[in-house]
Design a binder for this molecule. Structure first.
Ligand SMILES: C[S@@+](CC[C@H](N)C(=O)[O-])C[C@H]1O[C@@H](n2cnc3c(N)ncnc32)[C@H](O)[C@@H]1O
Length: 211
């Protein structure tokens, strides 16, 4: 299905054809049984011990190592709860970066934040359907916008509680620019959950790399 390509003068912008997976099928795939979720919740402190070994002293001192877990095999709901710091999302604003067909917006809607902003370079035809689903099922406002993640000037400084993404950062061309924009719009206690590891050389954001 051809995607609508906005003109942002961005390097990733090129007219392309690709298969767009059905957002509902992708949402269902991510669902797991209640039992699995409970087991992961019980095992979480043990999993965290194995992760702490890989974090520097600076990370342990400054960030939330309790929220860092191995990236594979987790039920989606567990990852979402971990990504939101195990807090209630009532009244919060979430930015979902690189939403694709929008299934990940639908999965965040289940946690009933106030608003979700979904961004992707390309405008996907399923977005109106996802917007309607989130409003009808969970009373969540969803706004979609086609934009590169390093140019979010339509979002105010310090206005977003969580900037979340699934399988996006490894595709970003200018990661430092995206991180600068992410931290501009993020509130002071905001969180950036993502299922890939990001490393910072010498703690310098301008040399950030995503692995
Ligand atoms: C692998 S897909 C993941 C889509 C969706 N998050 C999912 O899990 O199905 C990566 C998405 O990131 C988007 N993307 C890549 N670079 C981007 C950028 N600089 N700004 C905005 N979106 C970007 C792509 O258009 C694509 O939809």
């Amino acid at each position: 299905m051809p995607a609508v390509v906005p003109d942002h003068g961005c390097q990733e912008n090129k007219v392309t054809d690709f298969n767009i997976t059905d957002w509902q099928a992708q949402l269902m795939q991510g669902r797991s049984g209640r039992m699995k979720e409970v087991l992961y919740k019980l095992a979480r402190p043990l999993l965290n011990i194995s992760v702490r070994r890989h974090l520097s002293k600076e990370s342990l001192d400054h960030f939330r190592p309790d929220l860092v877990l191995p990236e594979r095999g987790f039920p989606l709901a567990t990852r979402r709860k971990w990504g939101s710091g195990f807090q209630s999302l009532a009244g919060k604003t979430i930015l979902v970066q690189g939403v694709g067909n929008g299934w990940d917006v639908a999965s965040w809607a289940e946690f009933r934040p106030d608003t979700i902003i979904g961004i992707d370079l390309f405008e996907f035809p399923s977005w109106p359907e996802v917007r309607e689903y989130a409003a009808k099922e969970y009373g969540v406002k969803v706004e979609f916008k086609a934009s590169p993640l390093h140019k979010l000037n339509f979002i105010a400084d310090r206005s977003v509680d969580i900037c979340a993404s699934d399988a996006v950062f490894e595709h970003i061309d200018d990661m430092p620019a995206v991180m600068r924009e992410t931290f501009r719009i993020l509130k002071d206690e905001g969180l950036v959950p993502c299922p890939k590891r990001i490393t910072y050389k010498s703690g310098n954001l301008s040399q950030a790399t995503c692995i």
